[in-house]
Design a protein around this ligand. Structure first.
Ligand code: SAH
Ligand code: SF4
Ligand code: F3S
Length: 458
């Protein structure tokens, strides 16, 4: 039991995607108003909260392990309270509350963070477990604007990129995916509300915002679509770059691509999650496009937005995927030549359509072998893509300096999101620097700043 008058120290740990990072910022904002203090030393905390992810098996196993580890490290008699937030909360409420060995005190789903003060109070009455995993049909957090102090790294020098949720939830029900169950239905914030948060971020010194949503380009508020929102955000003075994550291939209308092509603040970087290159598997996944349509979309995006940087997500070993069907995925990867590919082995998730309909029948060894081949092919492609930048001039947004491990080197990102390493110079995190690319490795570019370092957006 904690004494709410004197000890209100919280240690918050975040797993999963950028939306969870942003949600942790909301949580800090909500609880700091209630006089809770956030600490960086978990052993000084009265409450440990884990903001969890349920996307793949190992993500959630990690959380179980972490809860046991906290209890063990703090000792069986320790009064430390443990709270589970985020996507596992929704998906595994029953398991969490019934598994007494886990000793969870409270659970809050992604739409319940405003109730956290109450849930904590209820749980601190000895023995009582409290939970709220209700999912909302409306955007729940429109009136909360996390400040720089609520962000992951609040120091002034770290104010380069800020995440901002513009829509939540997913209506797509890809058969492998747990997100529609953990996050609920799609809903968007009003453009005014988003722009207000972006204005505040610019005033705090942030140079880049990344608009977030489980299907960010499906954003819709009344008659306002994603293109409208991006355009409005780009009018905010002080914000130099806008990115977004993560989109679905079905929502890239020309209206948006045309805007991306001409608006200098909108980074020319598109993540197009492929998942699989075979039409039978794509159909089983409920992805709503064929291999041919995906390839046509890639050509179209490249025609509309020259020099666009493309990345993707791929799942290997979806149930019944044959060797030949996997080769269709390799074929798309070889043809498209993405700048980055994020690969995942299929992982059966409780409650999903795939789990109900298709046994997870691809052996682990086959999944591993397939993912290795994919990584090998993509490594070559990334290296070649990187080499093609040598000699070019890129405008690089420098990342927060203290985060750099090597003090001789300043890391930054091109408009397309590629990592560029610069020698130390008279610049700092958040600066935009014009750079000539001098060398490339499979993982990054190296560059020298041009004498006239100020970038021109002409
Ligand atoms: N909304 C995004 C996906 C978010 S989840 C989209 O539609 O693309 C991020 C990635 O995790 C997915 O693109 C997919 O590649 C992977 N993923 C999701 N569920 C998975 C599962 N059950 N097994 C393996 N990978 C999965
Ligand atoms: Fe999951 Fe598909 Fe929704 Fe992406 S679009 S979050 S993969 S259900
Ligand atoms: Fe994980 Fe939930 Fe994000 S399942 S990937 S934290 S939406």
């Amino acid at each position: 039991m904690i004494n709410t008058l004197t000890s209100k120290k919280i240690f918050l740990e975040t797993y999963g995607c950028q939306m969870n990072e942003y949600d942790s910022e909301l949580v800090r904002s909500i609880l700091k108003k209630e006089n809770y203090e956030f600490v960086t030393d978990e052993f000084k905390a009265d409450i440990v909260m884990l903001n969890t992810c349920a996307i793949r098996e190992h993500a959630h196993r990690k959380v179980y392990g972490r809860v046991h580890n906290i209890r063990h490290a703090r000792g069986e008699d320790s009064p430390v309270m443990i709270g589970i937030l985020g996507c596992m909360a929704t998906n595994l409420r029953q398991d969490l509350l019934e598994d007494r060995s886990l000793k969870i005190d409270f659970i809050a789903g992604p739409d319940s963070y405003k109730r956290l003060p109450q849930l904590i109070r209820e749980a601190s009455d000895e023995g009582q477990k409290s939970y709220d995993i209700t999912l909302s049909e409306f955007e729940t957090y429109s009136d909360i604007y996390p400040s720089a102090e609520d962000r992951v790294n609040p120091s002034t020098s770290s104010r380069v990129n800020a995440w901002i949720a513009v829509m939540r939830g997913c209506n797509n029900f890809c058969t492998f995916c747990v997100v529609p169950y953990t996050r609920g239905r799609e809903r968007s914030r009003s453009p005014e509300n988003v722009v207000e948060e972006v204005r505040r971020l610019a005033a705090e010194g942030y140079k880049q915002v990344t608009l977030l949503g489980q299907n960010v380009n499906s954003y819709r508020y009344d008659d306002y679509d994603f293109a409208y929102l991006m355009d409005e955000v780009s009018k905010v003075e002080g914000i130099e770059r806008i990115r977004f994550s993560s989109p679905h291939p079905k929502d890239f209308p020309d209206r948006f691509l045309d805007l991306m092509a001409v608006n200098p603040k909108i980074c020319k970087q598109v993540h197009l999650p492929l998942q699989a290159g075979n039409n039978r598997i794509l159909d089983m996944m409920n992805r709503t496009y064929t291999k041919e349509e995906f390839l046509a979309l890639v050509d179209h995006v490249r025609a509309k937005v020259p020099n666009v940087s493309l990345s993707t997500d791929i799942i290997v070993g979806f149930p019944t995927e044959t060797e030949d069907e996997f080769k269709d995925t390799l074929d798309v990867v070889s043809k498209v030549k993405f700048d980055a590919v994020f690969n995942f082995k299929y992982s059966e998730r409780q409650g999903t359509i795939a789990t109900k309909k298709y046994p997870d029948d691809i052996p682990e060894a086959v999944k591993t072998e397939r993912i290795m081949r994919l990584i090998e092919i993509q490594k070559e492609i990334t290296y070649k893509n990187n080499q093609a930048h040598i000699g070019k001039v890129e405008t690089v947004l420098l990342e927060p300096y203290p985060d750099s491990k090597n003090k001789e080197i300043m890391p930054g990102r091109t408009d397309g999101g590629l990592l560029v390493l610069l020698p130390q110079g008279p610049y700092k995190g958040g600066d935009l620097v014009n750079v000539r690319i001098t060398a490339a490795t499979p993982h990054a570019l190296k560059g020298q700043p041009l004498p006239n370092m100020s970038p021109s957006f002409a």
